[in-house]
Design a protein around this ligand. Structure first.
Ligand code: AMP
Length: 943
């Protein structure tokens, strides 16, 4: 409660935040010298409970909490103001403290972070002397300085203000006072104030900065001259990104990092590829010249390409991976997080220090796109934490042609969303390379120390239009007038260093020339690149390359093993009390494993996971409510009714088993699915499953499905074995909970890019999940899973069906009638099979067989051909589906079925039994649903 009040105080108003900091500072003054604060304050502080035997080393949060508590107990309504203090000097001392607090909170708003000088800032009275009851007459008066890092115990007000101005209002504007954790705030205070916002940079480091800026500018100039007017989304205006990344990587190496995964959109990407990751410039030139770079696949434009390399740092070799990304800005951010988490898991890096995510954003996208908020929200959760991401905003102050404040956002800064997770935000002037280097160090140190997200907002500009063929002054005339006459960052810095005598004009020209001639010679220009990389730093994917989906793989499990696993899964430790219904489910599972009851869906599914774990494959399952399962069938996580503790039997099979992770996700689809895509594309050996709560909720992540899952392999050669479980089925629950939009996935199918399966028995789901990992093939699996079938009396399997056989792409009915007697063949997928079978049984129809197509893509053409050839007396072939005609598999899959039917005789045509075409996926009235369902089942036997 007290903490809540305090946090609210911090969070809701900067004034309140100032008061909290002010009380804290007053307390520090008191600790150092009780006589330095007014009697009334002394009185308060003396009454604070003593911690650690009276040591003054009391945590600040405790002080603040106690203060509030005490204030309440005393029922004081007196505001925390300087008027409570007696003597004039004491009063002023407190006013000075308030001014110091104001600088910490507000200083960034007066920092000179905009290189163009066009950023309009309001004047903030909080930073004036008058606002705090001080005046110029006080400037020479000395005050206590024990709460600021100024290097002496007393200083004049002028000295204090100079220090604060330098610390908070220079080229760096830092927002950290919204951070709830006191230690983190103090850390920033000390780092900013002890060096007055910018540490000394030695001449060697200065020359290195200039060299990296020369590389950044040199590449753009070179490409601009050699390929004029060709789109490259140049970095010009934001060149300081290159020294920033260089510093970040080198410093991460000294911390012992082994891998860094970078995500970024197109702006500046070519520059990063060549100058940071060490892509050979001659390869880039080939791409500019339109040469085909990959043997297979459709490829992608050069500014979406990923890259991997190893660079040398003071801490050893570091593997860099720049993620491939589509044009959809920001969506790569959660993919990077997933990839990082997978690498951390692979290394058992539980402190998350060995693999670091770096996410580079544009200002407009960071402010505008919802997936940013989702990704930030994931950052400290158990399922998705990566120990903090370093976010870098290349802040062009314009989004394509959309102006910054009026249209692009409602917030003061483009970075404000990050405050949601308490991330510190470091705004920095992109034309001050030393300040950029300083914030880079600060950001990385913070990430390594506190394992939380941090944001660098590099305020810069875009020298050209959105791309090089674009004319920006037609929409941003004033901004571009300024930009036209603005000297480049490199030249500005070269001028500074020449003035300081660090480099001569001639040597500076030498830097420019030598970079250009390296490019002319097609030489690598990333200085730290390791030519013969240590391949142990990353995964070998070659075992998974070049496999056909048709290759069979044994997915059986020996009966003894399966039963043993089944019993282990049902072992509940002494004292662990299961909820009544869960207890019954586990009892039943015990019987199923013993062969006393048929296997149901939930049992088969957990046995599939258990058997994969036993065979050495890690399993990771995420999604909304997956621990229990939306429809209460999985129960992979048990909750002790006595104390709320949880138990995950799949994680307790044996001491040496691989990791089993099952996490209920936050209520996100887009970022979460993108994360799992990132995870799966980095972990070939694991079963990675994302389950939608209802299948159509995957609508919220369509971009991930279109841009990554279905096309990633083809565009970028990146394999992915991700499994998506999408509950699907028409049960009268209305338009939003019936269809997982099968048609969407089928429409995206081509060139064997994904697998679309609709399993209808427990044995099928068992073999399907096992096949996904045991086959070397890595293709996304989109599985349409049932709801009512989870408990359907006929949707059961025997133990033998798990220990024998495999996944059947088609389930041909074992018919007691001779094939020659069969006149009607009904093809279908999914739950409707059971409705059709009921009708046939009830109506005693004997000349019809119902064949389930359990894999709709890649379509099992050979299997269907072979099956149909057995039925030479066929007169009717029907495709029956529950979905409306414009949905489901009818339009996308009928050509495959027609092909098989055409083998028999030319007059036989495939006919349709299903719902009429409809704008909505399903109706909202149960009575209408029942009527429609009855009709489509009847039609299957009559049309
Ligand atoms: P990375 O660790 O992401 O930099 O990957 C290192 C190398 O592994 C890449 O250069 C690729 O050759 C290969 N690789 C990584 N991920 C995949 C994937 N999903 N599919 C195929 N090859 C991959």
């Amino acid at each position: 409660m007290q903490e809540g009040v305090m946090q609210q105080m911090w969070a809701t108003s900067h004034i309140a935040g100032g008061n909290a900091a002010y009380v804290e500072e007053l307390y520090e003054l008191y600790l150092r010298d009780p006589n330095s604060v007014a009697e009334e304050w002394r009185d308060y502080f003396e009454k604070l409970p003593q911690v650690n035997g009276g040591s003054p080393d009391v945590p600040h949060s405790t002080i603040q909490e106690n203060f509030i508590l005490m204030a309440r107990q005393h029922q004081t309504t007196r505001p925390i103001t300087a008027s409570t203090v007696s003597s004039d000097h004491e009063r002023k001392q407190i006013q000075v403290l308030r001014l110091i607090s104001a600088y910490r909170i507000r200083g960034h708003q007066q920092a000179t972070i905009d290189p163009l000088g066009i950023l309009k800032r309001e004047k903030f009275p909080d930073l004036t002397l008058e606002y705090h009851g001080l005046s110029r007459a006080d400037l020479e008066t000395e005050f206590q300085t024990s709460t600021i890092f100024i290097g002496k115990e007393r200083a004049t007000l002028q000295e204090i203000i100079d220090a604060l101005d330098a610390s908070y209002c220079g080229s760096v504007g830092v927002e950290y006072m919204h951070i709830v954790n006191t230690e983190e705030r103090r850390w920033f205070q000390s780092r900013m104030e002890s060096v007055r916002g910018s540490p000394e940079v030695g001449s060697e480091a200065q020359l290195h900065l200039l060299e990296r800026l020369t590389a950044a500018e040199g590449l753009e100039k070179y490409l601009g001259t050699r390929y004029p007017g060709t789109k490259r989304f140049g970095l010009e205006g934001g060149e300081a990104l290159i020294p920033m990344l260089d510093e970040m990587i080198q410093r991460a190496g000294t911390y012992g990092a082994k891998e860094i995964v970078i995500g970024m959109a197109h702006r500046g990407r070519l520059n990063v590829l060549v100058n940071i990751l060490g892509k050979n410039p001659s390869e880039l030139f080939d791409e500019f010249e339109g040469k085909k770079m990959a043997d297979s696949g459709s490829g992608d434009v050069k500014y979406h390409q990923g890259f991997s390399s190893n660079v040398m740092t003071p801490g050893g070799e570091v593997h860099l991976a720049l993620a491939f990304n589509p044009s959809h800005l920001e969506i790569v951010a959660p993919v990077v997080e997933g990839s990082v988490r997978a690498r951390q898991d692979r290394r058992s890096d539980n402190v998350r220090g060995q693999v670091i995510p770096v996410s580079i954003h544009g200002d407009a996208a960071f402010a505008g796109q919802g997936v940013v908020m989702e990704t930030l929200q994931m950052s400290q959760t158990r399922a998705y934490s990566t120990g903090g991401t370093v976010h870098i905003i290349i802040n062009n102050q314009v989004g394509f042609t959309t102006s910054r404040r009026e249209d692009a956002r409602s917030t003061e800064y483009c970075t404000d969303v990050a405050k949601m997770v308490g991330a510190p935000i470091l705004h920095v002037n992109g034309d001050d390379p030393e300040a950029v280097q300083f914030v880079t160090k600060l950001a990385l140190d913070y990430r390594m120390e506190f394992k939380r997200d941090v944001v660098i907002d590099m305020v810069c500009y875009r020298r050209r239009g959105h791309n090089e063929a674009d004319e920006p002054s037609s929409t941003q005339p004033m901004m571009y007038q300024t930009i036209k006459s603005h000297t480049t960052t490199r030249d500005l810095y070269a001028g500074v260093l020449q003035e300081q005598g660090v480099i001569s004009a001639e040597a500076d020209k030498g830097l420019v020339d030598s970079y250009r001639s390296a490019l002319d010679n097609g030489e690598h220009v990333a200085k730290a690149l390791v030519k013969e990389p240590n391949t142990e730093l990353f995964v070998d994917w070659t075992p998974h390359l070049g496999h056909e989906w048709t290759a069979r793989h044994d997915t059986r499990v020996a009966l003894g093993n399966l039963q043993e696993l089944g019993q282990k899964l049902c072992k509940i430790p002494e004292g662990f009390v299961l909820q009544r219904q869960v207890s019954k489910i586990i009892d039943d599972r015990r019987k199923m494993a013993a062969g006393a009851l048929p296997i149901n869906w939930g049992c088969a599914e957990v046995l599939a996971y258990a058997s994969l774990l036993k065979e050495g494959h890690p399993v990771r399952i995420t999604g909304q409510d997956v621990g229990r399962g939306t429809f209460s069938h999985r129960h992979a996580v048990h909750h002790n009714q006595k104390d709320g503790s949880s138990l995950v039997p799949l994680a307790r099979l044996s001491d040496d088993q691989p990791a089993f992770q099952i996490w209920d996700s936050l209520l996100s689809e887009e970022a979460v699915l993108a994360f799992e895509y990132g995870y799966a594309t980095t972990t070939p050996g694991a079963l990675v499953v994302w389950e939608a709560q209802f299948g159509d909720f995957a609508n919220g992540c369509q971009v991930v499905i279109d841009q990554f899952i279905t096309s990633g392999e083809h565009k970028w050669g990146r394999l992915c074995g991700l499994t998506m479980l999408l509950p699907h089925g028409y049960e009268g629950q209305g338009p939003e909970h019936s269809s997982a939009r099968l048609e969407r996935y089928l429409q995206l199918c081509a060139e064997h890019n994904i697998q679309v399966c609709v399993p209808t028995t427990p044995a099928q789901v068992f073999h399907m999940l096992r096949r996904q990992v045991l086959r070397p093939l890595r293709k996304p699996l989109i599985a349409f899973t049932p709801k009512s079938l989870l408990r359907h009396k006929q949707a059961i399997s025997t133990l033998e069906e798990l220990t024998e056989g495999g996944f059947q792409t088609i389930i041909p009915e074992v018919d007691e009638h001779k094939p020659a007697d069969i006149r009607r063949l009904i093809l279908c997928s999914g739950k409707v099979y059971y409705d059709l079978a009921d009708k046939r049984r009830n109506d005693e129809i004997s000349d019809a067989i119902i064949v389930r197509i359990e894999q709709l893509y890649p379509f099992p053409q050979d299997d269907l051909d072979e099956l149909i050839l057995q039925y030479s007396g066929l007169e009717h072939v029907i495709w029956c589906q529950e979905e409306p005609m414009n949905q489901g598999a009818w339009y996308c899959s009928q050509h495959h079925m027609r092909r098989s039917v055409a083998q028999l005789n030319n007059s036989l045509t495939l006919r349709y039994a299903g719902r009429e075409a409809s704008a909505a996926p399903a109706c909202g009235y149960m009575s209408k649903h029942v009527e429609e369902q009855q009709k489509l089942v009847d039609d299957a036997f009559t049309v």
